[in-house]
Design a protein around this ligand. Structure first.
Ligand code: IPE
Ligand code: IPE
Ligand code: MG
Length: 245
């Protein structure tokens, strides 16, 4: 039986987040410069999207560039920003054909103008698509997001828009970048690293974590299916006992 056929669509994860890691190591292994790893990595996004579409995923959130990634050599950062623009231009048609809505989380204002404008343009042009929300985390850092959220809420308290006694988890959710997204069901990280690198700390409180040694540029639909099969064999108890489920 193919991997895809082993996935039970009713229990498949709805919101999948991926830390797309390993582009540099992939390039090094081939004796290439890191930038080629990023080029190949950009193409692997297509595989993830295609796999997500076939399995009824409603939200796919991809960690594309962290707040810490600004500390990389300028040449690499420039390459990543240019790749973002060229990929969006190239994939825009596919997004519309497949009813995929583009969304972003992170500090968009930090991005070069061209990247920001292209993003905003594609977001606008895909806003009515309903099948799947593709969220790109760009200049995203979870701690930074939480700091921003605290500031917004503190300001609302100061201006008597929210009272302290009403602050609860839903108020916090409503002020995060991810305010329109459901909880993450499954977080995948490629490349063998087992850390979160400042990604969605609040949002993955009860997500299932899945780590694979596959380097991101080698990622294929089958790898997504393997993760989903692993996921569907787990018991998500949310603090309860097995018998209560
Ligand atoms: C992920 O691959 C892409 C980004 C973080 C932008 P890396 O560039 O981190 O690749 P490795 O981890 O060095 O192999
Ligand atoms: C995390 O990968 C960020 C993205 C995948 C965009 P990194 O390669 O930057 O993470 P660390 O530095 O190994 O933790
Ligand atoms: Mg890395």
């Amino acid at each position: 039986m193919s991997l895809l056929n082993q996935i039970h669509l009713e229990t498949a994860p709805k919101h999948v987040a991926i830390i797309m890691d390993g582009n540099g190591r992939w390039a090094k292994k081939q004796g290439l410069l890191r930038v080629f790893g990023h080029e190949k990595g950009a193409k692997a996004v297509r595989e993830a999207l295609e796999g997500a579409r076939k399995t009824g995923v409603t939200h796919l959130t991809l960690y594309a560039f962290s707040t810490e990634n600004w500390n990389r050599p300028k040449k690499e950062v420039d390459k990543l920003m240019n790749l973002l623009v060229s990929s969006l231009k190239k994939e825009f048609k596919t997004l519309n054909e497949n009813s995929i809505q583009l969304n972003t989380i992170g500090n968009l204002e930090d991005l070069p103008e061209k990247a920001r404008n292209t993003l905003l343009d594609v977001i606008e042009k895909t806003k009515n698509n309903k099948k799947l929300v593709l969220t790109l985390a760009l200049s995203y850092g979870s701690r930074d997001e939480i700091v921003k959220t605290v500031k917004i809420i503190a300001d609302k308290v100061k201006n008597n828009i929210i009272s302290v006694k009403n602050i609860d988890e839903s108020i916090i959710n409503e002020h995060l970048y991810t305010q329109n997204l459901p909880d993450v069901d499954l977080l995948i990280r490629t490349s063998g690293e087992q850390r979160l690198s400042n990604f969605l700390l609040w949002q993955i409180a009860y997500a299932e974590l899945y780590f694979t040694n596959v380097l991101w540029p080698d990622f294929k639909q089958e790898h997504l299916y393997e993760a989903f099969i692993n996921y569907q064999n787990r018991e998500r108890r949310f603090g309860k006992t097995s018998d209560q489920l």
